[in-house]
Design a protein around this ligand. Structure first.
Ligand code: UDP
Length: 246
């Protein structure tokens, strides 16, 4: 692990990677990258690299696990062994089980499960390269993969983290800021601003918490635009195919 930097924010108010305190790392989204999945997405966010795949809705086996009036959603967050500096131990860990659970719950307000009784929708989020913020990056990718799979949803979910370094709130923590910072607050929300995931490490005052929520809301708004733009690009190209057929 790198040594703790002396200062995280310089005299010009810029962070170690040159970003302003309210600036996100660049994000790129590619849709439909896996031919065997019903929906998929490859997302890069700074140095984070995430692959999300969605399978379903399909009949759930064993049958005793089925819900007769709606589909169940399963979400698996996984870090590849080679995704971090010290090799990640393959298989589920307490951390990945927790992240999978809260991430699945983050989609509860939008996935219209009632349309698919007795079915299952499987979401896989594979972290290929990690650099802090992987749970939020995975949620952003999963949201797009679900849309690509044609799962009926009330909207998209967008997620980002706000943290505190050198006593200042910063949007979208980098690895060093996450490791040595004073707080980390990952948040996911619907496009109407309903919070569907909120976790917190460290300490914030009431005022800081309020400001952090505002910063995260603005971050999620920016991510939503990037997500919508990526979907629009894919949808528009489909529209052209459809037009050429009729
Ligand atoms: N990390 C790591 N090994 C692990 C877990 C995490 O090196 O087993 C790194 C990784 O870069 C991750 C960061 O620590 O992105 C922050 O992890 P955290 O648990 O805060 O989750 P995240 O911010 O990725 O959602």
């Amino acid at each position: 692990m790198a040594n703790k930097p002396e200062k995280f924010i310089d005299e010009n108010g810029l962070r170690l990677d040159g970003r302003a305190v309210d600036e996100m790392r660049p994000m790129t989204i590619e849709i439909g990258v896996l031919s065997r999945a019903d929906g998929s997405c490859y997302l890069e966010w700074g140095k984070n690299k995430i692959l999300a795949a969605v399978y379903g809705p399909r009949e759930l086996h064993p049958r005793r696990m089925q819900k007769p009036d709606e589909a169940i959603v399963r979400y698996r967050y996984n870090m590849a062994a080679f995704s971090v500096e010290d090799r990640a131990r393959p298989g589920p860990s307490r951390r990945s089980i927790e992240i999978s659970k809260v991430s699945r719950d983050a989609f509860a307000p939008i996935i219209m499960t009632k349309y698919y009784p007795s079915a299952v929708i499987d979401v896989f989020a594979e972290v290929l390269q990690a650099d802090a913020g992987t749970r939020t990056a995975a949620i952003n990718a999963a949201s797009i993969a679900l849309a690509d799979a044609g799962i009926p949803m009330k909207g998209l979910i967008s997620a980002c983290a706000v943290g505190k370094v050198d006593g200042q709130l910063v949007l979208d923590l980098s690895k060093d800021e996450d490791n040595y910072g004073n707080a980390d607050l990952p948040i996911a929300m619907t496009q109407d601003g309903e919070i569907s995931l909120l976790q917190m490490d460290g300490n914030l005052t009431k005022e800081e918490f309020k400001k952090a929520l505002e910063m995260a809301t603005e971050g999620c708004r920016q991510i939503l635009e990037i997500q919508k733009e990526a979907l629009k690009k894919k949808f528009e190209s489909h529209e052209e195919v459809v037009k050429s057929l009729v």
